[in-house]
Every structure is written in C-alpha cells, then in structure tokens.
Design a protein around this ligand. Structure first.
Ligand code: MN3
Length: 208
C-alpha cells in the first residue's frame, strides 16, 4: 500500500492566529504531499521495505540499502514528522495541559514547565537552516530535548544526537512560518505554544 496524505484533525484555519490558513494549506498539500509522493517513489520496486510501517522505516533506517536510503530518510522522515506535527497541535484553548505524570517528568528533567519551554525554543532557534526541535523520551525513560537537521527525527537511532520516542516536535523549516512571520522564527515559536495539543503529548508520554 502506498503511503497517503493524512487528513487534518481540525479545519485548515483552526490554528489561527498562531499558524495562518495559507501556510497550513501550502505546508500540508504541497510540502507534506511531496514527501509522501517521493517516499512512495523511493520505495517503488522495493518489496522488502514497502511493507514496513512508517515507524519501522524510521526506526530501522540503518537497514535500508544505501542505494535508496537518502530518499527514504528525507521523505520517510518528512512524512513521519508532518503526520506527527499536525496531531500534536489543536485550536487554541482546546489542547489541555500537561498531565500530572508528564509535569513531574518535565520538572525533574528541566526544572519546571517554563524552563522546559525556554530550552525547547532555544533548541528550535539554534537549529541552523532547516530542521526540527523535539521533546524525546529516551530508552532509559528520561526526557531530553533534541534537534535534528532536515527531516531526521529521534526514531532514527544511529543517525541523530538524541534518539528515543518523540513526545512533542516543532517544524522550524522556513516553510512552516515564513509567510506570516518572515524571518521572525522566535515569534513563531512563542505563538506556537498556544496551539500545542497537550492531551496528545500526554498520550504519547503515557504510551511508553
Ligand atoms: Mn514542514
């Protein structure tokens, strides 16, 4: 089964003013769609790997033959990251708050939610060029902040600095914010907290 573009769990304009409708439309129907199409192309005729789930593709990137790996890494990562990103956002006021369990883990790792948000935004600001910032639950259960270039993600063990299960992630490619914020990545990151779907982040955290 080829991969397909997932539906948004809310209306295209539902994240305004943090993320405007035009950005959301182009981001999803052009950029994300291109990752889906190019992932399918990269896996064409690769019956061994075409059966894998998107999670498996990311987690076992080292097993993907080098002849197709760059295409699978960039586009499989792009498909995974954007599918995840749409779901960890929700309209302002509807995303809930960090659960008691997640709050305790954040306090223990970062010294509080404000300190966490500051460190997370810093990871997004320091990512030079295009990439992502992540809150990750590592293999030992502890939380960490990481950032990845391009469309890499923390599932790609052996390819990234901070590996583990992503709980939260933000796209800091210019295509994610440039129409509305131009060069003001910090303003985008500040406004983005309004549309974080903590209920979904809690669910990711509880799964481990
Ligand atoms: Mn993007």
């Amino acid at each position: 089964m080829p991969f397909t573009l997932p539906d948004l769990p809310y209306a295209e304009n539902a994240l305004e003013p943090s993320i405007d409708q035009k950005t959301m439309n182009i981001h999803r129907t052009k950029h994300h769609q291109a990752y889906v199409d190019n992932l399918n192309k990269a896996l064409e005729g690769q019956s061994d790997y075409a059966k894998w789930s998107l999670d498996e593709i990311c987690m076992q990137m080292g097993s993907i033959p080098e002849t197709i790996r760059a295409g699978v890494r960039n586009n499989g990562g792009g498909h995974w990251n954007h599918s995840f990103f749409w779901n960890i956002m929700s309209p302002k006021g509807s995303g809930g708050t960090p659960s008691a369990e997640l709050s305790a883990a954040i306090n223990s790792a970062f010294g509080g939610i404000d300190a966490f948000k500051k460190a997370f935004a810093e990871a997004g600001m320091k990512r030079f060029g295009s990439g992502w910032a992540w809150l990750v639950r590592k293999g030992d259960g502890s939380l960490a902040i990481g950032s990845t270039p391009n469309q890499d993600n923390p599932l790609m063990k052996g390819f990234v600095d901070v590996a583990g299960r992503p709980l939260l992630g933000v796209d800091v490619w210019e295509h994610a914010y440039y129409l509305n914020y131009q060069n003001r990545r910090a303003d985008y990151l500040a406004a983005w907290w309004d549309v974080v779907n903590w209920n979904q982040v809690n669910a990711h955290f509880a799964k481990q």
